[in-house]
Design a binder for this molecule. Structure first.
Ligand SMILES: *Cc1c(COP(=O)(O)O)cnc(C)c1O
Length: 396
């Protein structure tokens, strides 16, 4: 049983964070279509497991895109209480919104220093992950202007070819070290392109390039491994792990059992139960036709809620330990589920059935069925749910 806990007002002093959130499994609100439960204790357990997998190397938490759709403020607050001291987001505005939830932690902005963002970076005590010489120059100028050393991280491009300083740019910095004057370089990082494929030779090529480039720069802590990178082994761990998806229960590898705890459970309300004879078309386009007497539940979740349309006919809802095939098209606000396998009277209109996690298919299975990755299942999760962040930890 989950202990109901009071609403936790976060950062009541800060106008720029409208962050209050509900901790505990309160009753479904009247008329709510679907409930998203996020298990904060499982996220903390996954964060600890990742660090333990890396022999105790500390783990940061990547909470960009609202912690992959699960709520950056409650997720980061729970991790900070557990001892997580480093958080990564993509955008400046995400960082500003996060700051109050993790007052003492280092908050890194992966997209770096946007033009004109210097004052906001300083005002909210954020650390830009600088990835161009222009950004370095702008942050250096700001440090001179205000007469303070400013915290900075550097992103090196070791072969992903997305963000980061090139080898030539690193050489420029090595030749002209005053470009980094005034900056407290507290982290050098790079990102793996194929970490979920342990046999891919690009992992070792990127690692060797990272070693070579960072040796040309002033001494600083290094961070390389994302979630899957943690499972590549000690040479990839460096000083700080940088997991996102694995914290939220996504499998780090497709070809191995998932060592992480499941975090997300989405359950949706049964709007109607219908007992149909054989040869009745169900849903848009009549794409599914009953082949025998069938009980169909119409359930209140659809592609507008991030339940992907591509999952039609390829996924299972679940109730009381029974997997229930989702049949017919996925509509904007509804799906139809064959619940014939349930005992008479077990499920009633108004009840909730699991549609992601819990008794339903898990994120990774849904991702495979939809031809995507667990990351996209999570970040597609919609805005219409009642969100509940569950924690049994007394800290809340
Ligand atoms: C998103 C991101 C991560 C986290 O990656 P996961 O695969 O979710 O663990 C780490 N580092 C950078 C630079 C990222 O953009």
């Amino acid at each position: 049983m989950t202990k109901p806990l009071p609403r936790l007002p976060l950062a009541a002093t800060r106008a720029d964070t409208a962050a209050t959130f509900e901790i505990g499994a309160s009753a479904p609100r009247a008329g709510i279509g679907a409930i998203l439960d996020v298990d904060l204790d499982a996220i903390v357990a996954n964060w600890r497991l990742l660090s333990a997998t890396a022999g105790g190397v500390p783990a940061a938490a990547v909470v960009k895109a609202d912690a992959y759709g699960l709520g950056a403020a409650p997720v980061a607050a729970a991790l900070a209480r557990a001892g997580c001291a480093h958080f990564f987001v993509a955008h400046l505005e995400e960082a500003i919104a996060l700051r109050a939830a993790v007052p003492g932690a280092t908050v890194y902005v992966l997209h770096g220093l946007a033009r004109g963002a210097e004052a906001a970076m300083r005002a909210h005590d954020l650390t830009p992950v600088l990835s161009t010489l222009d950004q370095i120059a702008a942050w250096h100028d700001e440090a001179e202007r205000v007469g303070e050393r400013l915290p900075a991280a550097l992103h090196l491009d070791t072969g992903m070819t997305r963000l980061g300083l090139s080898e030539a740019e690193v050489e420029t910095l090595a030749a002209e070290p005053t470009r980094l004057a005034g900056l407290d370089l507290n982290l050098v990082l790079s990102h793996l392109a194929s970490a979920e494929e342990p046999e891919n030779p690009s992992n070792e090529r990127q690692r060797a390039t990272f070693e070579r480039l960072r040796a040309r720069l002033p001494k600083a802590k290094a961070s390389f491994a994302n979630s899957s990178g943690v499972f590549l082994g000690a040479p990839w761990h460096f000083d700080l792990l940088r997991p996102g998806a694995a914290l939220y229960g996504v499998a780090p590898r497709a070809d191995a059992p998932n060592p992480l705890m499941s975090v997300v459970r989405l359950s949706a309300r049964v709007l109607r139960l219908a007992d149909l004879p054989a040869v009745v078309p169900v849903g848009y386009g009549g794409r599914f036709v009953t082949s025998r007497p069938t009980r169909i539940a119409t359930v209140s979740v659809g592609y507008a809620d991030g339940f992907l349309r591509a999952l039609a006919g390829k996924a299972n809802a679940g109730f009381a330990g029974v997997k229930l095939p989702i049949v017919g098209a996925v509509s904007m606000d509804m799906i139809t589920v064959d619940v014939s396998a349930l005992a008479e009277g077990a499920l009633r209109e108004g009840d909730f059935v699991d549609v992601i996690g819990g008794h339903a298919d898990d994120i990774d299975r849904l991702a495979r069925a939809a031809g995507t990755i667990g990351y996209e299942i999570l970040t597609s999760l919609g805005a219409r749910y009642q969100r509940r962040w569950i924690s049994h930890l007394s800290a809340f």
